[in-house]
Write a protein that binds this ligand. Structure first.
Ligand SMILES: O=P(O)(O)OP(=O)(O)OP(=O)(O)OC[C@H]1O[C@@H](n2cnc3c(O)ncnc32)[C@H](O)[C@@H]1O
Ligand SMILES: [Mg+2]
Length: 181
């Protein structure tokens, strides 16, 4: 069975990637050592740099996943700052920022960076469109899931199995897997 090391400190991301890739016959092993996260306004260079850095450091093939929530009415905020905003503000205050906004459109984006030592990194992108809810709903998932409404249910309400069929992460991993084959 093929094994890939996933460098991430995020338990939610790891659990999802593990489930999605298990179906494809790939075992994912978590490494929590982390990598330097560039400050960029796009996720792709952050994922590419992180994957390259970690592959050279660990001397084995690695994947990383840099992701974020892009809210249209907030000009794409929090986007690449999603982790920082989640930690400092949380979902409640993101909803507060959205209080008077009629356009609730938002995009979740995941960029998988993959790199083998001595090679150039590859990036694979997945997105899913949804709406920012008016209140937090559901206890499933992690991070922004309770405020991301996908066809009437938040990702927090959907449950892992359903989320994994349609999520940004699923779509990015599908693209990655297609290339791997
Ligand atoms: O160690 P890493 O992999 O960097 O883990 P992280 O949590 O710092 O992750 P990012 O730097 O990619 O920041 C992404 C932020 O967006 C959140 N996020 C990413 N994917 C999500 C998803 O599927 N559902 C809800 N929130 C998500 C996540 O919790 C972070 O706060
Ligand atoms: Mg991070």
């Amino acid at each position: 069975m093929r094994k890939i090391v996933f460098v991430t400190g995020n338990k939610g991301k790891f659990g999802e990637a593990k489930e999605i890739l298990a179906v494809k016959g790939i075992e994912v092993i978590q490494n929590r050592d982390g990598y330097p996260e560039l400050q960029e306004d796009e996720l792709e260079p952050i994922a590419a740099y992180g994957a390259k850095w970690a592959a050279e450091k660990l001397g084995m093939p690695v994947m990383v996943d840099d992701s974020g929530l892009f809210i249209k009415a907030l000009k794409g905020f929090p986007g690449p700052y999603s982790a920082f905003v989640e930690e400092k503000l949380g979902n409640g205050r993101v909803l507060k920022l959205m209080e008077d906004e009629k356009d609730r459109t938002a995009t979740f984006k995941s960029v998988i960076g993959y790199c083998e030592p001595g090679s150039e990194p590859k990036v694979f992108t997945g997105t899913v469109e949804g709406k920012i809810s008016y209140e937090e709903r559901g206890t499933g998932g992690f991070g922004y899931d309770p405020i991301f409404d996908y066809n009437g249910k938040t990702f927090g309400e959907l449950g892992n199995e359903e989320k994994n069929k349609v999520s940004h992460r699923r779509r990015a991993i599908d693209n990655f897997f297609e290339w791997l084959d």
